[in-house]
Design a protein around this ligand. Structure first.
Ligand SMILES: [Zn+2]
Length: 167
């Protein structure tokens, strides 16, 4: 996980973006080993990103080997992502029921739904700080961002200058 600064000045840990189809591909060629790794990791990412969301990745992993408990865990993973999204005021959240049904009618849908919601959430955090920087909401700019925006600076300054008075 990588630390990302928030516009409020704090730092949050955001997870890794993954291609859902790559997750499926690796799960198939490793006969499910990668699935277990992915399932543990996404739960761990949610737990570390949003400590308010109660989550035990180890229990979620163990539940994969217990009939019925695995169904409950699959549903709960989606509800944890929904709580994480709601905690940040997201207007559109994952639907745990739809996600759960997707797992049993079409496994592909579950991975796509879970991983694409996570990808969008991690990106929203990365973009929030970039947007705040652009709008000049922050006083101290990190050196990397100042360099990256160097090309835009002259035009911003020109906009602030008083217009030349024409006679
Ligand atoms: Zn968040």
């Amino acid at each position: 996980m990588e630390p990302v600064q928030t516009p409020g000045g704090t730092t949050v840990l955001v997870g890794k973006n993954r291609n859902p189809l790559a997750v499926l591909f690796f799960s198939v060629i490793t006969f499910g080993i990668y699935w277990l790794y992915w399932y543990y990791t996404v739960n761990d990412e949610v737990r570390r990103h949003e400590p308010e969301v109660a989550c035990s990745p180890g229990v979620a992993l163990l539940a994969q080997f217990v009939p019925i408990a695995n169904f409950v865990s699959h549903y709960n993973t989606a509800t944890r992502i929904q709580r994480m999204e709601l905690a940040d005021g997201a207007s559109q959240t994952i639907s745990p029921l739809v996600t759960f049904l997707l797992l049993y009618f079409l496994i592909i849908g579950y991975v796509v739904q879970i991983q694409s919601h996570l990808n969008a959430h991690w990106d929203s955090h990365r973009l929030a700080i970039v947007r705040a920087e652009r709008q000049g909401l922050l006083g101290a700019r990190p050196a990397a961002l100042t360099r990256a925006q160097g090309a835009e600076m002259p035009s911003e300054r020109r906009l602030g200058e008083a217009p030349v008075q024409q006679p």
